[in-house]
Design a protein around this ligand. Sequence first.
Ligand code: APR
Length: 238
Amino acid sequence: MTEPIKQLRELVDQSERIVFFGGAGVSTESGIPDFRSTGGLYHQEWKYPPEEILSHTFYKSNPEEFFRFYRAKMLAPDARPNAAHRKLAEWERQGKLTAVITQNIDGLHQAAGSRNVLELHGSVHRNHCERCGKFYALDEILHTQGVPRCSCGGIIKPDVVLYEEGLDQDVLQAAVRALMEADMLIIGGTSLNVYPAAGLISYYRGDRLVLINKSPVGRDLDARLVITDPIGQVFSQL
Ligand code: APR
């Protein structure tokens, strides 16, 4: 066991209110590309920049193209949780972890058994009719073409936070509370480039901050430990 893994294990052993804050890098070992790594979604050739397609304005003005991109690139129904998702769920069962705060919309933390998952950017598994509010599961989007329509005729909108849209206030408040009460914060698989999500970590006041990320992140961190190995590989050794 390498020294950093040993140090991480010791910090985890000392903690009983761990919070995990993660992003797309947590799911890359489950086969879902991230956004800003080389080869990530934002580095591929598209007719429009993905950040433009994934915006409220574009969704309203060009729903056909939005749903074509969304089905092609944002859904990964065959992806399965990896060791990172599984370890976090185990820590929650052991009463060591209080919350997973994620920017991901893939539902893999819940698929691994995590219960308190704060999805800052929503989930592909929740979809609602814009007109009557009827709920639809992911299947409805997966198994239809073009702009998905409700039985009432309204458009079925995925419950994912698009650019220009606000985050759910209840989720934000729960995330702030968890971070303020945490005795350890593990940040993993995120470039910390997108606000307000990235700004939330300022609410953590403890001195056990660990960063597990392959590349440097978009803001200064007073991290006790920085590990640049793949996070699934790291968690499989704990
Ligand atoms: N292990 C550790 N780190 C990894 C791994 C891995 N297996 N794979 C990728 N990474 C790191 C990358 O080096 C990168 O710094 O994860 C980070 C992923 O960063 P982004 O691609 O920017 O993803 P994320 O931080 O989640 O983006 C935030 O941006 O477009 C919006 O809404 C979208 O939720 C997303 C938000």
